[in-house]
Design a protein around this ligand. Sequence first.
Ligand code: COA
Ligand code: MG
Length: 290
Amino acid sequence: MTLKSLLFVPGDSEKKMAKAASTGADALLLDLEDAVAQDRLPLARGLVLDYLKGHDRANQQVWVRINPLNTPLSLPDLVAVMPGKPDGIVLPKPMNADDVRQLDHFLSALEQREGISLGSTRILPVATEVAGALFSLNTYAGCSARLTGLTWGAEDLATDIGATSNKKDNGEFDEAFVLARSLCLLAASHAGVQAIDTLSVDFRHTDSLQADVRRARRQGFSGKLAIHPDQVAIINAGFTATPEELQHAQRIVDAFAQANGAGAVQLDGKMVDKPHLTQALRLLATRNGH
Ligand code: COA
Ligand code: MG
């Protein structure tokens, strides 16, 4: 299933977790990392476990973002939340696919302990949060059957580089961050998993969010992180094919069906060939939630 909207919710906020369930987000990412102060982490682990145990997940996945694997916090995070059978784990600040493999092993052990079917817990790395990780994005292809997508982060990357901002004066991401974004997109495609765009921090500006989503979808991203409930509906709508797009895709498929095996046909005076057919079929498949 494609996850269009993935909403971060601080794991120490019972109020926000309760509200998150009705936002329409495809997945909630209950956070134990940056949104939680360390002295509240034990409390947050307990609240996240309660949430996982208390919520039906037929219509909304519930994931947990743990702390980075190179901290002593990550294993206790996992041990605390796995009894709740999360749909997946968001892995912050990995250096490369070795971190995903290590998490995969931890998950196998804990799934065994909890009687969860082996391999069912998914993994989503935030793949560009440290500068060195940009040189290893090619390693994710084939690293684990649990890998669901790749997403990227601009806030921690700025801190790691020593940049005081990740934006140019005109509000667009600066070069290093555009590079990280593009590499994430290409690496996800290379790995055959979803490319998930980073969050827009400016949650009051719904116009710019709409434009961000439109651009991301055109570029090949199929989902986006959110930090505020108001962002969810815009993201869901933006990553949903419009009736006009579906109609056009169907016309391409029909044109090929009537072309007696020709590899290229014309539609409205324009050449369409195999890549267009592949795109059209992919778009039509999204009607079934794939
Ligand atoms: N999930 C669920 N509910 C949320 C939410 C979220 N991410 N963000 C805000 N809400 C709730 C608020 O509690 C508030 O609820 P109420 O109407 O019942 O009082 C409502 O949505 C409106 O929120 P608003 O007043 O506009 O914002 P805020 O000042 O309460 O919160 C943030 C602003 C940025 C602190 C908040 O959106 C947030 O915590 N986001 C997630 C942060 C995070 O997880 N970061 C880590 C990943 S980068
Ligand atoms: Mg962070």
